[in-house]
Design a protein. Structure first.
Length: 245
């Protein structure tokens, strides 16, 4: 499903965020990228869909190469990859409904998106996804009056609008209380298990990584320090991976 080969990213200030990262994600997997702040987690996810341009390396979705795709081809590829952001990335003045519909703007002509015209089919799908993530009663509420957990549910519904094969999830619970964090992770697991959507999710909490990941990759200083099943990731190993970060 997803192949990453020798991926590196060096920023203009000389920071080496990723150094020769390679891995494969199979269809239907729930893979957690675990690491502290600055380990390269967010950069890795954003290089996969080229929100950040890699310095070196190649990324494939199935047989299609993302890293060499033209702008028009990249637009098509991105419709198969949903993205859930740490800080939600919602438009505060818009309703949950409208924010959700923006997830499928790529299917509309440019003038429709510009004037805010949404076909009935798009409206109905947005409502269905908001109900699916548990906030169907909030569809007309402005994003800025929703709780953090509710805003993240809107972000997930927006990603689902694309009917993605893969969802990239960047630190979805870092700003949430434990109960809200668990409910968001439960929702992601349901999307993965019941609907077969592949999940690549970055986290900084080892307990969540071990509970929800089919597989865990630990990033340390831009390199993969561990890649395996959660039960093999014990406390001693985590402390060893994290020290000196």
């Amino acid at each position: 499903m997803l192949r990453v080969k020798n991926l590196s990213k060096t920023y203009k200030d000389g920071t080496e965020a990723l150094q020769g990262v390679s891995f494969t994600v199979e269809t239907g997997e729930f893979v957690v990228i675990l690491g502290k702040s600055g380990s390269g987690k967010s950069t890795l996810l954003r290089c996969v869909n080229r929100l950040v341009e890699p310095t070196e390396g190649r990324v494939f979705l199935g047989e299609d190469e993302i890293t060499s795709a033209s702008p028009s081809a990249l637009r098509i590829l991105r419709r198969r990859i949903g993205m859930v952001f740490q800080q939600y990335n919602l438009v505060n003045r818009l309703t949950a409904w409208t924010n959700t519909m923006t997830g499928d703007l790529g299917s509309l002509s440019s003038w429709m998106g510009l004037v805010g015209y949404f076909p009935r089919e798009l409206i109905d799908r947005a409502q269905s996804h908001l109900e699916r993530v548990g906030i169907g009663d909030k569809i007309n509420g402005r994003a800025d009056i929703l709780s953090g957990g509710q805003q993240q549910r809107v972000g997930i519904a927006r990603a689902l609008m694309q009917n993605p094969r893969l969802i990239l999830v960047d630190e979805p619970v870092s700003s949430l209380d434990p109960a809200s964090a668990k409910s968001i992770m439960d929702l992601l697991r349901e999307i993965n298990e019941k609907h077969g959507v592949t999940i690549l999710c970055s986290l900084h909490l080892p307990d969540l990584a071990r509970e929800y990941g089919h597989r865990v990759m630990v990033l340390k200083q831009g390199k993969i320090a561990f890649d395996g099943v959660p039960k093999k990731l014990n406390t001693t190993m985590i402390e060893s991976f994290y020290e000196s970060l």
